[in-house]
Write a protein that binds this ligand. Structure first.
Ligand code: 13P
Length: 249
């Protein structure tokens, strides 16, 4: 049985002081022994998050990292810096990074390899635009993103990776994919992993849905066979995240 995940992607929200207040508000609402809960916070909020979440079951994730170890990369953060700060997970290849910061399948792949080398678990994002969906090329596009992301990733690491399927048209739009649309792509991703590795790896890997998930939609989405939880933006900054974590209650 795959454990479900409720991961919050805070994006560029919350100063350290605001982060402290939000974590204090959310802490009693998101404790669960069934669901793995992850807060992916801005870099500057990592120390306060680590401090406040010490002794809890909630893990801290980052939202990006560089694939090089160190050097002249002004403004970047290395995997080791994150690891040493107590971070366990890192979002790689979010569509906003692909769209605004020139992230490609190639840089995504390099970052995944570096994350594993540093004992960070990558949360790898993929997803199609509305134009691609309407043109009927969603599955083909997703397959390309998954193949590109996993190049050179060994079977053991692949099984530990978390994939987030986030249709771009559903992100921050309030337009959540139907459970059937989300399940179709998540199942296809699992089949692609089976093709690239084997059934055992496909059965182990956790695949999340992301895009306008709320406390109202989490239950029906997370109850689908191939959806192992969610990567949540807006609703992770509110008490509603507690309802998402406890989606089956
Ligand atoms: P929203 O939940 O705000 O649509 O954001 C989804 C997302 O991009 C999570 O990474």
């Amino acid at each position: 049985m795959r454990r479900k995940i409720a991961a919050g992607n805070w994006k560029m929200n919350k100063t350290p002081q605001e982060a402290k207040a939000l974590i204090q508000e959310l802490l009693p609402l998101v404790d669960s022994d069934e669901v793995d809960v992850i807060f992916c916070v801005p870099f500057i909020d990592i120390p306060v998050a680590i401090e406040l979440l010490k002794g809890s079951r909630i893990s801290v994730g980052a939202q990006n990292m560089h694939f090089e170890d160190k050097g002249a990369f002004t403004g970047e953060i290395s995997a080791k810096m994150l690891y040493e700060s107590g971070v366990e997970y890192v979002i790689i290849g979010h569509s906003e990074r692909r769209q605004y910061f020139a992230e490609t399948d190639e840089t995504v792949n390099k970052k995944i390899l570096k994350a594993f080398e540093t004992e960070l678990i990558p949360i790898v994002c993929c997803g199609e635009t509305l134009e691609q969906r309407e043109a009927g090329i969603t599955l083909e596009w997703i397959k390309g993103q998954i193949k590109g992301a996993f190049a050179g990733v060994c079977k053991e690491n692949a099984a530990q990776t978390i994939i987030a399927y986030e249709p771009i048209w559903a992100i921050g739009t309030g337009k959540v994919a139907t459970k059937e649309q989300a399940e179709e792509v998540c199942r296809f991703i699992r089949e692609t992993i089976c093709e690239l590795y084997d059934q055992e790896t496909a059965d182990k890997i956790r695949i999340l849905y992301g895009g306008s998930v709320t406390g109202d939609s989490a239950n029906e989405l997370f109850s689908m066979d191939d959806i192992d939880g969610g990567l949540v933006g807006g609703a992770s900054l509110k008490a509603d995240f507690g309802r998402i974590v406890h989606y089956n209650k």
